[in-house]
Design a protein around this ligand. Structure first.
Ligand code: ZN
Ligand code: FE
Length: 256
């Protein structure tokens, strides 16, 4: 088991691309390359050779760099089986329950539909690293463009069950706006109030807020808390079905 060295590349307005380098074999994956140029520049600077392109879902701000990177490096393109026809240049299609290795670092694959029909997450247990694309954001979750509330709640429930020390590498820097919304749902959540303050400080200093710890999400992310009595109470839905609570919070966020 080998621990990944992860390098974060800000791209476009608020996207994150990740390089995941496995030192034992020198295999290097890029996760969700919206664009190729900053990835090639980071690879050159690190002296890493790209071997894998991992896509969580088909959106162009996660796959736009696929073909150029493949042409430049010969890397293998990996993506969700449920959406294989929409992943540019795909070589390997994965689904729930499969394992996929970058060098000696092995990832468990989860199907996490809801944001898109086919969306997967990569869980590198040996590195405590979760690449979850646009399913889970820090203090938020993705919009349900192609899925339903029961699907999205089920997807988030899978990710929520991972160890609390898991580092969440999500697709976008949306944390500050998410915190502002979360506070409207749970204005008295102390952990949330504190975290929102820390996020404001980080952003004011120009720092990234990603990755976050899953344990912090459990305490502050309203979309992971739809079955918690204290959230249901705060949302005016005490005792309701968690899916209904999730759907209501998602709707409030959509119109926030
Ligand atoms: Zn997306
Ligand atoms: Fe995105």
């Amino acid at each position: 088991m080998s621990e990944l060295v992860i390098h974060q590349i800000p791209a476009l307005n608020d996207n994150y691309i990740y390089l995941a380098h496995e030192p034992a074999t020198k295999a290097t994956a890029v996760v969700d390359p919206s664009v190729a140029a900053p990835v090639l520049a980071a690879l050159a600077e690190k002296g890493w050779k790209l071997t894998h392109i991992l896509n969580t879902h088909h959106h162009n701000d996660h796959t736009g760099g696929n073909l150029e990177l493949k042409a430049a490096t010969g890397a293998i393109i990996v993506g969700p089986l449920a959406d294989r026809e929409r992943i540019p240049g795909i070589d390997v299609a994965l689904a729930e329950g499969q394992k996929y290795s970058v060098g000696e670092a092995s990832a468990a694959v989860f199907d996490v539909p809801g944001h898109t029909r086919g969306h997967i997450a990569f869980w590198f247990e040996g590195s405590r690293a979760l690449f979850c694309g646009d399913t889970l954001f820090l203090m938020g979750c993705g919009r349900m463009f192609e899925g339903t509330a029961p699907q999205m709640w089920n997807s988030l429930s899978k990710l929520r069950a991972l160890p609390p020390e898991t580092r969440v590498y999500c697709g976008h820097e949306y944390t500050q706006a998410n915190a502002r919304f979360a506070l409207t749902v749970e204005p008295d959540n102390k952990a949330l109030i504190e975290r929102a303050r820390a996020i404001d400080q980080a952003r004011a200093a120009g720092r990234s807020t990603v990755p976050g710890l899953l344990g912090d999400e459990l305490a502050t992310n309203p979309f992971l808390r739809a079955d918690r009595p204290e959230l249901q109470q705060a949302a005016g839905m005490a005792g309701a079905d968690p899916v209904a609570v999730f759907a209501e919070i998602r709707h409030r966020k959509d119109v926030f």
